[in-house]
Design a protein around this ligand. Structure first.
Ligand code: PLP
Length: 345
């Protein structure tokens, strides 16, 4: 293969998934977007292998694929809204509602033949019912089946306290469910919440720490497409920037279309930051950015911003350069990465 390839040590990755699922009672795997780099279909199949009965997708656009590859229930994390044009009504779909008017509209639109989660508005402030709106939401339910109550917590913050306070609200509310779906609680926080609220069936919705919990099982390789010796001061690339030293310019597969980008724009770096860069004495001071490609054991510098499908990397003369056709390691953010090839080993 050539390009950017995700290589998965499947035995090790699956051991990690099994251990995670075994340690996480009530787990609802989240399968959305680019499928955390693996693709959503594979993750749905893995969820079946793990014996899980419900999966969560991000949007309605992701529901048809999920229903086709997974036999159990499919929960939609984004709330139902009356203006959405791709809503899927199916007995295996669980809708999220976060506005009193939406509860009423969904009940009317489906003749009450839908399964719903009521979502509470947390400090995330993304979607959800205020605690004072719960009674109104319950009154608007009609024949809708309530499958649970859900909260989505931020990644930073006192999540346990917020989850506990919502659990208390739920237990004293008229919402007739004891199933409490939560997002972004640690396993220790989940344990504490279960001890404090033994009447509730607490179900964590988790993507990243499940699918990407063992990064050691994953490697991303990029093909070296071309290689040129360059001299200090020689100008290369779209931007014709001078090379900082003698070395090699490598053209490596992987660019913006793979989700490979730059760090913060250099132009906005303040005086302090530039001072720090100068103190480090690195190429950063000269306006270069560190690339995610590792060559001869070290992360190397972009010779210029990544192109659509390839990047130009400067490797100083002192380093050993790979041959054209070899591949090198590249660090990616899996939730934004697109791969040319995928191999389960
Ligand atoms: C995306 C999402 C999750 C999963 O997030 P991870 O950080 O990938 O575990 C959970 N709950 C909601 C509501 C989400 O939108």
């Amino acid at each position: 293969m050539s390009g950017v390839e995700l290589v998965v040590d499947s035995a090790r990755w699956r051991r990690g998934l099994e251990a995670f699922a075994a340690a996480t009672p009530g787990l609802v795997p989240v399968i959305k977007g680019n499928g955390y780099g693996f693709g959503r279909e594979l993750l749905a199949l893995e969820s079946t292998s793990l014996g899980l009965s419900t999966i969560a997708v991000g949007t309605y656009a992701e529901v048809p694929g999920a229903l086709a590859t997974f036999d159990g229930d499919v929960m939609v994390l984004s709330p139902w809204r009356p203006f959405l044009t791709d809503v899927v009504l199916d007995e295996r779909v669980i809708h999220t509602v976060g506005r009193v008017a939406d509860v009423r509209d969904l009940a009317a639109a489906t003749d009450g033949q839908a399964r719903v989660l009521l979502e509470g508005e947390t400090s995330m402030a993304r979607h959800g019912l205020d605690r004072h709106e719960l009674a109104g939401a319950v009154a608007a339910l009609g024949e809708l089946t309530v499958e649970g109550f859900a909260i989505h917590l931020p990644m930073a913050g006192n999540n346990l306290a917020e989850a506990e306070s919502w659990a208390a609200v739920l237990e004293t509310s008229q919402v007739e469910t004891t199933t409490f779906y939560v997002s972004h609680l640690t396993s220790a926080e989940l344990t504490t919440l279960r001890i404090k609220r033994p009447q509730l069936d607490i179900r964590p919705r988790i993507g990243t720490s499940l699918w990407l919990g063992d990064l050691g099982a994953l490697s991303v390789r990029a093909t070296v497409l071309d290689s040129h010796l360059v001299a200090r001061g020689e100008r290369v690339g779209y931007r014709q920037r001078p090379m900082p030293r003698d070395g090699t310019l490598l053209v490596v597969a992987g660019g913006t279309s793979h989700g490979i980008g730059l760090e913060a724009p250099k132009a906005t770096a303040g005086v302090v930051q530039r001072g720090k860069s100068l103190a480090k004495g690195g190429l950063e001071a000269a306006g270069f950015s560190l690339s995610p490609f590792t060559i001869d054991g070290r992360q190397r510098w972009f010779a210029e911003p990544p192109h659509m499908q390839a990047s130009m990397i400067f490797v100083p003369g002192t380093a050993t350069v790979p041959a054209v056709g070899d591949s090198v390691d590249v660090a990616v953010r899996f939730t934004t990465a697109t791969f040319d090839a995928f191999t389960l080993r």
